[in-house]
Design a binder for this molecule. Structure first.
Ligand code: GDP
Length: 281
């Protein structure tokens, strides 16, 4: 997320279009949050290695678009916590479902404006505040607007600024499980933030149809690793790290929320106040 016009919707479409087999489940839910931003969730069914999975994308049109962006992360933070709260309520329910419907946000892709300068204070502030409740994956939006040198430099600067700000994005060092995990994740941390390009248009390149952006000087192929890092982001998100994103969400972020919530209430009682009498036994 971050600002309209950064290519969020396009990238989401790219993500689904770039899948060999895809089926759209249409709109899942539409939640309105007062004034500043609207939060929209769309579910798609993806097939990966013969396994079907439902992927829900929550979009936040207009984030950071206000004249005054103070606290503009609040509705997003609220949304994330509401999903934890829903899950917690189900979990503490005595007549607990076998499989609790999971609407928790497993990862937040943060779109950085390709300025070539520094992160904005809003970017830093957002990631600082949210990195303790959700897995943040920063990406450089519309990276075809930068030269190779600019992109490299910008990526380096962003990593430095995140480090100076004490911001731990996903995959967080402290959660590496073993040496192999560490060495895989180090490679990702060194390559972050992925510089992406999105498009839902197809063009013919060397006899193959590819997703790309046609410019006066040629076609930017979104899935070509020599052109941008979209393919790396996709593989990371829905192949190599999908399960880990879920685990870190459950074991770390949700656990933090849960502990805090149960502490402040001195136990489970007030959370279950909306439940039926039977489950309040
Ligand atoms: P959103 O408001 O963040 O959802 O942005 P959109 O996906 O609607 O894109 C806004 C505009 O940017 C559209 O004209 C897109 O065609 C264009 N756009 C989207 N992705 C890219 C990209 O990777 N590179 C470039 N140069 N333009 C893009």
């Amino acid at each position: 997320l971050r600002n309209s016009g950064l290519g969020k919707s396009t990238l989401v479409n790219t993500l689904f279009k770039s899948q060999v087999s895809r089926r759209s489940a249409g709109w899942a839910r539409d939640e309105k949050i007062p004034k500043t931003i609207e939060i929209k969730a769309v579910s798609h069914v993806l097939e990966e290695g013969g396994v079907k999975m439902k992927l829900t994308v929550v979009d936040t049109p207009g984030f950071g678009d206000q004249i005054n962006n103070d606290n503009c992360w609040e509705p997003i933070s609220k949304y994330i916590n509401e999903q934890y709260e829903k899950f917690l309520k189900e979990e503490v329910n005595i007549t607990r479902k076998k499989r609790i419907p999971d609407t928790r946000v497993h990862c937040c892709i943060y779109f950085i404006t390709p300025t070539g300068h520094s992160l904005r204070s809003l970017d830093i502030e957002f990631m600082k505040r949210l990195s303790h409740s959700v897995n943040i994956i920063p990406v450089i939006a519309k990276s075809d607007t930068m030269t190779i040198e600019e992109r490299l430099e910008f990526k380096q600067r962003v990593r430095k600024e995140l480090e100076m700000g004490g911001i731990e994005v996903y995959p967080q060092k402290e959660f590496d499980e073993d040496m192999e995990d560490k060495s895989d994740n180090d490679k990702i941390r060194e390559a972050m933030p992925f510089a992406v390009v999105g498009s839902d248009k197809e063009y013919q390149v060397n006899g193959k149809r590819v997703l790309g952006r046609k410019t006066a000087w040629g076609i930017v192929e979104v899935e070509n690793p020599n052109h941008c890092e979209f393919a790396q982001l996709r593989d990371f998100l829905i192949r190599s790290h999908l399960q880990d994103l879920k685990e870190v969400t459950h074991n770390i972020h949700y656990e933090t929320y849960r502990a805090k919530r149960l502490n402040e209430n001195g136990g489970l009682h007030p959370i279950t106040c909306n439940d039926t009498q039977e489950s309040n036994l």
